[in-house]
Design a protein around this ligand. Sequence first.
Ligand code: ATP
Length: 310
Amino acid sequence: MSLPLRAAQTTTRALFARASISTPSSCFSPLIRYYASAPSPVFASKSADTRSNAKRVLAAVGVLTVGGLGGYRLYSFRSSNPSSSSSSSSSTPANSNETPQNTAPVKPATKPSTPPSPRAIVMCGPSGSGKSTLLKRLLAEHPTAFGFSVSHTTRTPRTGERDGTDYHFITRPQFASAVANNEFIEHATFAKNDYGTSYKAVDDVLAQNKHVVLDIDMQGVLQLQTALKNGAKKFNGGRPLFVFVAPPSMSDLEKRLVGRGTENKETLEQRLLAAKDELKWGLGKGNVDVVIVNDDVEKAYGELKSAIFH
Ligand SMILES: Nc1ncnc2c1ncn2[C@@H]1O[C@H](COP(=O)(O)OP(=O)(O)OP(=O)(O)O)[C@@H](O)[C@H]1O
């Protein structure tokens, strides 16, 4: 990754963090939000439908690539396991005559199972794609199965904030030491303060037999995936499930961000710009386990549950 791109993404990340502080989801860390999930999924094998869907989505990426912020259509599919070398996700270009509208959605689970051990579920996708919307529903439907991880930060506690509950408040040298010791899944700086997500904080939730959903931006996911590939601790021996939430189109995404009322012109542009990169990455071969296109909340939520409970 070139330095200019990374610098631009880091800036975007900071903007996201700043904006998210004032959003309804700001009850979670400004850099990463955690939700305990319903019990862990076990991946179903990919069906013919799934592979067919993947082909169509990849075709949609092509449209996005040449069409800039123009409209595109995306459809749900299960991608390959990003950390599994035995993965066999399809990457064959789609038949250009096929229309996404004919794509069958991933079938929701009919009988949710209860996997034996907790798991981390990593939610990612462009800002405004609907991650919080879906996760709030999951949390509401499975309140006792959810737990929250506590982030570390070097910023000063605000009135009422409790160390170890709202954040782990640490000094800059402590933070630097934790970074050097690879204790963070991901970390970033915002407004001159450092924020980080430690493996331990996530493991603490898993140890309570609760599942954790991490709502992370693309850079955080890339950090995590790199760490996992390099042998970092894997959340109580389990591997996270990577879920990418995509909007049905760029114009829908823009409408939703505007409608949410959280953006000014600058942050809106930043988010839409970042969304293009995130979509290319999220829909790329093998980068995530599941892609959910949130064109309809009910359908998307069903697909999320299907991914989690299978
Ligand atoms: N399927 C949908 N149809 C229409 N509007 C939706 C849908 N899903 C979510 N929204 C709306 O889109 C807006 C953005 O959703 P949400 O805040 O959940 O996105 P997000 O991915 O969590 O964003 P961020 O990463 O910035 O927190 C919200 O106003 C939400 O109500």
